[in-house]
Design a binder for this molecule. Sequence first.
Ligand code: ADP
Ligand code: MG
Length: 248
Amino acid sequence: MIEIRNLSKSYGLFTALKNIDLRLDQGLTHVFLGSSGSGKSTLLKMISGLEKPDNGSLVISGKNQIESSQKKISSEIGYVLQDACLFPHLNCLQNIILPAKISKWSSDKISNRVHELREIMQLPEKLLTKYPQELSGGQRQRIALMRSLLLNPPIILLDEPLGALDPIVRADLQKDLKQVFNLLNKTVIIVTHDINEAAFFGHTISLFHEGQLIQHGNFESFMKNPANEFVTRFMNAQKPSAELLNYL
Ligand code: ADP
Ligand code: MG
């Protein structure tokens, strides 16, 4: 369980997050939805411990996140960014195993875990000796996801992981990611501005606007009981896919 209470963050005079209250259950996939600049990535950074809030509390599995060390948090939370952020001078395998090297795992333990993850991600072995720049965008994101899963953290944060991909690759990776999340029973938070993606992944959706949490619930509640005029406008501004309309 991730419990965020009355959390605020400002950069100088600019308020990036204002009095956020949110509880996210374990083992589910949660979506942070909102336009660019609404505060989604800032909240993800707070959860990951990369940045500290000005006010409020952040408790993860009963532990105060704000007081935990970054090293401890890194073993409990996997983080994937939009552009994969792989090291260009390391091949894919070296990129993937970096967290295990830092945690001083034995080479046996590392190779067992890589094998396990390669099966889960259905990634051909020959890809692992390639360098990031030799891969497609979708393949790079799969490698970044493998790296985030390596230490088997209970929580995975993904900041617009599919944002830079073309529609077909994106649809394929969406399906695969959903399967992996269900299989592994992780608590996942995905950031997106796309309502179709939010509906596809989200057991819950949190909609942000100008640093405030406007509505939290499942997709159906957004469609049937929008909290205010802004929610209606946001939902209507993007065309729901045929698949989504079918589902409703
Ligand atoms: P989103 O991910 O929803 O697009 P962000 O959380 O990245 O939005 O940013 C929210 C707002 O906070 C933006 O207006 C952004 O410019 C501002 N912001 C984020 N990080 C910083 C920072 N380190 N310094 C100053 N302003 C920042
Ligand atoms: Mg962002």
